[in-house]
Design a protein around this ligand. Structure first.
Ligand code: FAD
Length: 287
């Protein structure tokens, strides 16, 4: 591979580098677990790599606890998430999703921002964050910020809504308002480790004292070009008593999730298999 590298350690350096390269071919590099693979299949001659892995700005690297939100800097790694007691307590779905990413070695490099910006339908942390109704904070080269829900930020396979002069700065997750949680991440792959999903399901139900669902977030991975938020499945669950769910309720929930699945058959699984698995794991989360 043949390209120039610009190392950025501050926000200003990053914005200047992006501004200066608007007329050239450049890529942002964070943990490189996806990028290195992607660059193998692309011509890199004349390309500039803007490296953000050494950024020191806290808004890019920290997990910040605010009153209504938890904010993840784009460079927070899967390991940082796994090791955060706050995330484990408040967002078990994200803890489990981060833990399901490959191996410890990959998790130590794989950033949450890279997982989102790579825009793979099977990105595990992105899936959990869609279910958590996370929003992206995007920064442009002029230093202006815009906010966009993650569910619309990923627009297709390998595509986000980022303009050429923009970078993902952080991801903000609304904190829980319910008294109890049922929250988790189900992933089916061909093997248990080092494997991207064939199908995944992220769910985060907030319950009141009596066990009734007061807020729901559900997303499904690897079954559509993006990671859909299963709105009608969420609507179906709000107001339901989780302990009193009937078999028909579970089936209806799974049918609602399935509405969002438009999978393809590929080398890892057929369309039929993906739909079957999604239906079954959607029902099974309540057993
Ligand atoms: C062996 C192996 C196993 C894997 N297993 C899994 C798995 O089980 N589950 C899973 O979800 N993923 C898996 N992955 C994929 C990968 O580790 C993740 O997607 C990772 O989170 C990407 O983050 P990164 O920091 O490495 O991104 P990079 O590779 O540095 O970047 C990825 C893309 O995002 C862009 N980008 C990065 N940061 C920003 C930013 N702040 N603003 C704008 N663009 C940005 C880059 O330009 C590039 O296009 C695996 C990868 C490997 C190599």
């Amino acid at each position: 591979m043949d390209f120039d590298v610009i190392n950025t350690t501050t926000k200003d350096e990053l914005l200047t580098a992006i501004e200066d390269h608007q007329d050239t071919n450049f890529r942002i590099g964070a943990g490189y677990t996806d990028l290195i693979m992607n660059l193998r299949f692309q011509p890199t001659e004349g390309m500039t790599l803007i490296n953000i892995a050494q950024m020191k700005d806290p808004s890019f690297i920290s997990i910040e606890e605010q009153q209504d939100h938890i904010v993840l800097g784009t460079l927070v790694t899967a390991s940082n998430i796994v090791n955060s007691p706050l995330i484990k307590l408040e967002f078990p779905v994200l803890h489990e999703a981060a833990l399901s990413v490959a191996s410890t070695q990959i998790r130590n490099s794989a950033t949450v921002g890279g997982n989102i910006c790579n825009a793979s339908p099977s990105a595990d942390m992105a899936g959990a964050l869609v279910a958590l109704k996370a929003v992206c904070c995007v920064l442009n080269s002029k230093g202006e910020e815009r906010i966009e829900p993650l569910a619309s930020f990923i627009v297709g396979v390998g595509k986000t809504s980022l303009d050429k002069n923009e970078v993902l700065k952080s991801i903000s997750i609304p904190r829980n308002s319910g008294d109890q949680l049922k929250s988790g991440f189900e992933k089916v792959g061909t093997r248990n480790s080092m494997e991207i999903s064939i199908v995944s399901l992220a769910y985060h139900f907030q319950l009141d004292e009596s066990g009734k669902v007061v807020d729901a977030g559900v997303s499904c991975g690897a079954v559509a070009p993006t990671i859909p938020f299963a709105e009608s499945a969420c609507d179906f669950m709000v107001g339901k008593d989780l302990d009193g769910l009937s078999e028909t309720d579970k089936e209806e929930f799974a049918e609602n999730v399935l509405k969002y699945a438009t999978p393809i058959s590929d080398i890892r699984a057929s369309e039929w298999y993906r739909k079957e698995v999604l239906f079954n794991i959607s029902q099974a989360i309540f057993d």
